[in-house]
Ligand binder design. Structure first.
Ligand code: HEC
Length: 155
């Protein structure tokens, strides 16, 4: 009786394990994460540095597109997490510094700072007040750069 129960538990355990390996999502490979990271960064960079940055610098007029740009930055920033910077994603084309892989908690803080700054961007950009927009823009750009300075290689 006792022995049968142990065998059954063992069988249940084995089938749970094989079910997990069949149905579990395969781990994303380094190249795929790199591409996803690159894409996310570009899609945040364009609206921030061009969409809003050009308005801040007086090179483009303020308008509804400026608000749309702020919304894009905020919504993408809200998706950032440490899973975008995993070990193995430093493929040949990547500029990521491998030191980032051992700095998980610090990365969480850098990301949290970007999220906080980006969350303030949309309401401020909606006001159309150029000085306030400049301050909010600078706060976001500084938060992004805090990570770049530490964990992205120069050209
Ligand atoms: C936690 C770290 C981190 C944060 C926060 C971060 N980045 Fe990045 N970013 C990186 C790293 C690392 C790279 C280099 C990625 C690579 O080459 O693999 C990068 C690359 C980029 C690039 C270059 C993409 C290309 O085409 O080569 C842009 C643009 C960019 N980031 C914009 C932003 C913006 C805008 C924000 C803030 C809203 C931001 N990043 C926040 C780490 C970060």
């Amino acid at each position: 009786m006792q022995r049968w129960r142990r065998v059954l538990v063992l069988i249940a355990g084995m089938s749970a394990l094989s079910a997990a390996s069949v149905h579990g999502a395969p781990p994303e490979d380094g190249k795929a994460v790199f591409e996803r990271r690159q894409d996310t960064m570009k899609r945040m960079g364009r609206p921030l540095y061009l969409g809003i940055g050009r308005v801040v610098k007086g090179k483009a007029p303020y308008g509804p597109d400026t608000v749309t740009a702020a919304e894009s930055v905020a919504s993408l920033a809200s998706t950032l997490d440490r899973a975008l910077f995993p070990p193995g994603s430093n493929v040949a084309e990547s500029k990521i510094k491998p030191e980032i892989f051992a700095a998980s908690e610090h990365v969480d803080q850098l990301i949290a700072a970007v999220k906080t700054a980006a969350g303030k961007l949309v309401p401020v950009v909606r006001t159309g007040d150029r000085a306030a927009i400049t301050a909010a823009y600078t706060a976001v750009a500084d938060a992004c750069n805090a990570c770049h300075t530490e964990f992205r290689k120069e050209e």
